[in-house]
Design a binder for this molecule. Sequence first.
Ligand code: NAD
Ligand code: ZN
Length: 422
Amino acid sequence: MDGLRHIAEDRGNLILLEVHVKAVSYAGVRKMSVSDHPKPKLKAPTDALLRVTTSGICGSDLHMYDGRTPLDKGTVVGHEIMGVIETVGEAVSSIKKGDRVVLPFNIACGFCYNCHRGDTHSCLTMNPEGASAAYGYAGMGPYAGGQAEFVLVPYADFNCLKLPGTPGDQWEDDFLLLADVFPTGYHATELACVTPGKTVAIFGAGPVGLLAAYSSILKGASEVYVVDNIPERLAKAKELGAIPVDFGEGDPVEQIFKLRKKNKGIQESHRPGEEKLEGVDCAIDAVGYQARDDKHPNHEKPTQVLENVIRVVNPAGAVSLIGVYIAPDPGAEDKNAKKGIFPFPLADFFDKALSLGTGQAPVKRYNEYLRDLIVNGRAKPSKIVSHHIAIDEAPEAYEKFDKRIDGYTKVLIKFGQQKEAA
Ligand code: NAD
Ligand code: ZN
């Protein structure tokens, strides 16, 4: 038996037998439920059905969990998904039953103006309400999420990344991170123009910030600072080779200026005037609009990190906002923030001649290359994974991850792997 539940529905004289699968769905503010949902069926000849082996809980899921996005109760969530293909529609030609694949969190058609240019995060056809689509996410189209035993994959030829190995092997967690946070962290470094030798400051030591730090190190950055105030996450940043900065110990930007001043080799290389380079070349906001106030960490200050990245970066440097800013925000404190309107220090930004990159990561631009770094033993992003759980433990894991307690940094939901590995 496949472990699925076959639910008989009595409709008068007709008894319908519907196959159900277990999935995590939104049940209201700070409430996730694990319940039975109809097993997805192919809707188009270009679709595939994926049996999920691992699915991640993302910092992005927490915005929905916290009630900071409008979302219907019962929506199946989860956009970090990998597994084994169960069936394919008749028009799918390059992916077949039994293939091991990971899905970019962006759902893209592959043929629109933006997809043609590699901008799959801005696909124009998959979401009738906007230019971007994803699995199980508020405002990102009608697609069920993959924190579930099965998920439907539109345009499977385009949206599946083929993987070597077998489910549950030594790469399973690394490959799962190709769905989102590894390519996203890498994209953050691209937007911030990180190249060998550059100095980088990253705010937020969640999975995205940690993998932006890891990507900066892979690219050969000379100094990488990671700011947060959660000890386990700062320890992980250090383990990856970054310099941790605890904002609980004072203004993080000043702390970075001081640390840079202590670097004798750098200071001795300055010509007169270059002492103005107190900060870094590249700054990354891996926190977004739910940023905590540096001085009062129990309170939110949506522009805290936005202000810090602009302050910490040197003139002519680059800033990347990879942490999200979402509107409408039903949980925001003031009426402008509810609409996603925030004060922005534009004069400082202009005066410093900074460049800015924003938006969702176009995962497909990087996922093949990052897969090959993993396969060739040059990258091990799964170092950031803190917890493996069964689907029934998801509600508790959401709660702990949301509170950032007990070391909950990156949680992966595992589905029936013993059976697979045998
Ligand atoms: P996360 O939410 O756990 O990480 C955020 C971290 O920021 C936490 O460790 C928190 O302690 C820290 N933080 C809060 N206020 C801070 C401050 N003032 N200074 C420094 N650090 C502070 O999880 P995550 O998965 O790493 O997600 C981070 C952000 O990236 C979220 O906004 C998420 O939605 C976004 N995201 C964006 C994309 C994209 O494509 N652009 C993809 C995935 C995630
Ligand atoms: Zn994600």
